[in-house]
Design a protein around this ligand. Structure first.
Ligand code: ADP
Length: 361
């Protein structure tokens, strides 16, 4: 089943003789592949990108079909199922992101002139604090197509081709508006450090990226670029300037940690802790990130299973119903295994950077 925009009624025209007309047909025929299944996939993807006339939009015509296919299949997500309610805490960030980027994506007609939204949004802070979740939630809340790629894959996996892939990415996103482009590890793309003998190709990649960024939001486009980084200090002045909003996404508060523990256990029908137990767990997890908390719950949830295995020895004979529930003691044991991943000194450097360059909420 071809992927489609949730609200799109567009049905790609497919001829009964199985051949595509115009540019799409020609591109598929010229793709050079002999493998039928990959030909099919390429054809489907080009059909999806084609306009109602069956032709590719102008700005996609000069791009390599296989790169368009990669963007459509690997980078584009049709239905982002993350919502604000799935993200613990971060109320300040949710509120300003709603005003700054979701409303403009939903009502571009109102957000013009002096209400015109800023160009890019930078989310910075320690790893595992929900930056990617926020990107997905923005796409979900604004009913936008979500494009997500890690900048390090552009520089490592796509050596020498990153520049072309960036063009394909922004080209396809332009045809799937409203769209959110989320670039993780943006620092590795826009780093201020000139690596010794910086390769010509990585310089070209950076230049191309900055050009594309410059184009985002210049017209009436409903495109939002979000960069995420754990290393904001690496961004140079030019890169900082291009992200007009820079939001600090800090470690979860005590309440947010409690929420994460409860909601993860509840989702699996495993919540048997009292409020007091949860309070004790949260008091012992100062400095843990959201993803550390997730790992902690995972580890604690293994407690009852490990105990059952001591008696029964055979995993195939264990009855799920008879397994005891997860206790505070399981969490205490897990706390010895799962340690916080962010150090106090790292936290200080995020706060400094926020103080110097962060946007006021
Ligand atoms: P980041 O992009 O900041 O490195 P992610 O958004 O990928 O972090 O979060 C990693 C995982 O940690 C998420 O999938 C989620 O399970 C958990 N997590 C992190 N922060 C939160 C949060 N604020 N609320 C709920 N879950 C969170």
């Amino acid at each position: 089943v071809p992927r489609r925009m949730p609200r799109s009624n567009f049905v790609p025209p497919v001829r009964s003789n199985g051949g595509m007309s115009g540019v799409v047909g020609a591109m598929t025929r010229n793709s050079g592949g002999t493998d039928n299944s990959s030909d099919e996939s390429l054809k489907r993807c080009l059909e999806l990108l084609a306009g109602p006339d069956g032709e590719l939009p102008d700005k996609l015509r000069n791009l390599e079909p296989r790169l368009l296919e990669h963007v459509s299949n690997e980078i584009m997500e049709q239905d982002s199922n993350v919502r604000w309610d799935d993200i613990a805490g971060l109320d300040h960030a949710k509120k300003s992101v709603t005003e700054m980027v979701i409303w403009p994506l939903l009502r571009p007609d109102i957000f013009q002139g002096c209400r015109a939204p800023g160009k890019g949004l930078l989310l910075f802070g320690p790893p595992g604090t929900g930056k990617t979740m926020i990107g997905k939630a923005i796409a979900g809340e604004a009913q936008a197509t979500f494009f997500s790629i890690s900048a390090s894959s552009l520089t490592s996996k796509w050596i020498g081709e990153g520049e072309k892939l960036v063009r394909a990415l922004f080209g396809v996103a332009g045809c799937r508006q409203p769209a959110v482009i989320f670039i993780d590890e943006i620092d590795s793309l826009l780093s201020q450090r000139k690596a010794e003998g910086e390769h010509e190709s990585s310089r070209r990649l950076k230049t191309q990226f900055l050009i594309e960024m410059e184009g985002v939001g210049s017209g009436n486009e409903q495109l939002l670029l979000i960069g995420a980084t754990n290393r904001p200090q690496e961004l140079d002045e030019a890169a900082r300037r291009r992200f007009s909003k820079r939001l600090y996404i800090p470690l979860p508060s005590t309440e947010a940690r409690a929420w994460i523990v409860r909601s993860l256990l509840e989702k699996d029908g495993l919540l048997s802790l009292s409020d007091k137990d949860v309070d004790i767990i949260c008091a012992s997890t100062e400095g843990y990130s959201g993803s550390d908390m997730k790992n902690l719950v995972k580890e604690a949830s293994m407690g009852p299973l490990r105990e059952a295995l001591v008696q029964c020895q055979d995993i195939s004979k264990i009855s799920k119903e008879e397994m005891r529930s997860i206790t505070l003691q399981d969490f205490k044991t897990a706390l010895q295994q799962v340690r916080p991943s962010v150090s106090q000194s790292e936290l200080g450097s995020y706060e400094d950077w926020n103080h110097q360059f962060g946007s006021l909420l």
